[in-house]
Design a protein around this ligand. Sequence first.
Ligand code: FES
Ligand SMILES: [Fe+2]
Length: 401
Amino acid sequence: MEKLEQLINNQIKDWSLDQKFYKDKEIFNLEIEKIYMNSWLLAGHESQIPNPGDYFLFNLLTESVIIIRGKDGLIRAFMNVCRHRGSHVCLESKGNVKRLTCPYHAWTYNLEGDLVAAKNLSVDIDKKTLGLHNCSIELIQGLILINFSDRPKSVEMMKQELSEPMQMFGMKDLKIAAHRNYSIDANWKLTVENYNECYHCAPAHPEYAKSHSLKYDESSEEYELAQKPMKETLDKCGMKDYDIAADYDVQIESQEQYAYHRYALFGGYLTGSEDGKALAPLIGDISDYNPGASDFSLGPVSFLLAYSDHVVAYVFTPVSHHTSQCDVYWMVDKDAKEGGDYDIERLIWLWDVTTKADERIIVNNQKGVNSRKYSSGPFSEKESTEKRFISWYLDQLRETL
Ligand code: FES
Ligand SMILES: [Fe+2]
């Protein structure tokens, strides 16, 4: 891959990527192998499958994973590939089963993935060796993460460091109140880059900028000033101040990258709502509404945004080298009742309107990047997370050479 090496070496530090990184199918295939098949991906929440036999599928390009709760209550992940001749075993995106029976020739697996029935199979064949292939899975405070690698990077440090702030928001005791899937006609990196920077927040997201102080430059005085009421009331709200920087050089190599940072909402806003009023009952250890929003990064393409009364989860995945999708989940306390304790339309308003705006921005970004006149441009000082993402990305590609 001499050409790729040259492309990587020609990249100016802290400038946007060359057009080929956004258009070339061969580079895309490399990225999938190196990044998507090796990173921990947020697949869902354990509350989606409360009973034995409950399952849902997580699909990514050629891969499909069955995430299922066993009779013993444990959650496991299996590749959705029959060990007979390879058919998908589960066809419905979610459901409840006593056993997993392949629709082709009816090979049947138990909830632990063992092959338990295969008619007319020679007695010489050992069924024990023909269980469904496992997919790596980790549960962090109720969140389900999967990894397609057989030797995945460790999530131990991420688990240790993020567990406390996650507990503060009671992540284990949440449920998914709403899920939306947004298709975006753009390369997946443009979607992740967009999520990683708030340089565009002030001009592009009036709904967000009205209430969220991250629209300011984080080193500015106005930003600092805005944080005061949020920080000063943390204690009274039963919350702690954490700041876990996404310092990829410090985080031990071969461990998944992660981060946590809280910033203030403007006066009058208790949460990420249109009118500033509460959207749902308080979550976790939180005893009063604190005017802030907490950003979590879980690996390179999965993110959480936590308010006092709900959590929004984002996962970006590619559909092809020029199309992507963004799955957004709104989570509230598991005991909260729809209609009485929260209203779906009010709950999803901010991040639905903001994600739809992002979808437009990102598609327009791709259109310009496709032009023969596109050339790499310099990142601003307010795009530091994006700068880190790009240099991490280039390092990943370099490792494939
Ligand atoms: S492919 Fe599944 S039973 Fe034949
Ligand atoms: Fe945005």
